[in-house]
Design a protein around this ligand. Structure first.
Ligand code: KIV
Length: 268
């Protein structure tokens, strides 16, 4: 398993970091078998797994439940877990307590927080021994304010985001996710920071990439964001498989000889 100290070294060596979201035991098992460097138990599970229309409804209990399943499925992979909406904004002591709880109860290797408004929480939790991942640009917990669209598209906003990224690094984060920002800005942030940047919709000039499992594999998703390239089609394979199963049942082709216990327990 990678250690938190490996991320900076991978950046220095130009070894690109691979990350995908995982939400349950099977997606974690597959991702570990595929050799991903790190998994993110994203609060995007609210949409991909629970069917909500945003991440806002996701709770601490949801994150703990799913992250524990991911840890069981990927015991040898570095796992980052998202703090859900509302769990780190009301007051700083509760926020710090929630980070420690998520870290302690899930077996996560790091915890991710969105935005630049939580610098003190990053400082305090890193001081307490929790590796923290930042998340800037499009932060899905704020889409009620920002909308699901590219961020930092002006020179001033780009300059501000560079300052925000420096502040997240200075607060002690071990890496930072950059979502839906212009690629030249992502490249500038990447060359400015000594911690790795993980892009999603941020172009290729970053230190690693993250995508949502259900987008990469087209699993239960209808529309893909512009920045997603799918690498498999589970939707088609799944519907075809289930249709074939239903047809076999209707036609009494399933169960067959091989899938039946044939011991005779009644006399003819
Ligand atoms: O929750 C999530 O899936 C994320 C990624 C979009 C980075 O935060």
């Amino acid at each position: 398993m990678k250690a938190t100290s490996d991320w900076k070294q991978m950046k220095r060596e130009g070894d690109r970091i691979t990350m995908v979201t995982a939400y349950d035991y099977p997606s974690a098992r597959q991702s570990e078998a595929a050799g991903l460097d790190t998994l993110l138990v994203g609060d995007s599970l609210g949409m991909t797994v629970l069917g909500y229309d945003s991440t806002v409804q996701v709770t601490m209990d949801d994150m703990i439940h799913h992250a524990k399943a991911v840890r069981r499925g990927a015991p040898d992979t570095y796992i980052v877990v998202d703090m859900p909406f509302g769990s780190y904004h009301a007051n700083e002591d509760d926020a710090v307590g929630n980070v420690l709880k998520l870290y302690q109860q899930t077996g996560a290797n790091a915890i991710k927080l969105e935005g630049v408004g939580c610098l003190d929480i990053i400082r305090r939790t890193v001081a307490a021994g929790v590796p923290i991942v930042g998340h800037l640009g499009l932060t899905p917990q704020s889409v009620g304010v920002t909308g699901f669209r590219m961020q930092a598209g002006t020179h001033d906003a780009a300059m501000q985001l560079i300052e925000d990224a420096k502040a997240v690094e200075a607060a002690g984060a071990c890496m930072v996710v950059l979502e839906a920002i212009p690629s030249d800005l992502a490249g500038k942030i990447t060359s400015t920071l000594s911690i790795p940047t993980i892009g999603i919709g941020a172009g290729v000039d970053v230190d690693g990439q993250v995508l949502v499992y259900h987008d990469v594999l087209q699993y239960g998703t209808d529309r893909l964001p512009k920045f997603v390239k799918p690498y498999a089609d589970f939707n088609t394979a799944g519907v075809e498989g289930l249709r074939a199963y239903a047809e076999a049942v209707k036609a009494a082709r399933f169960p067959d000889e091989d899938t039946t216990y044939k011991r005779k327990v009644f006399e003819e």
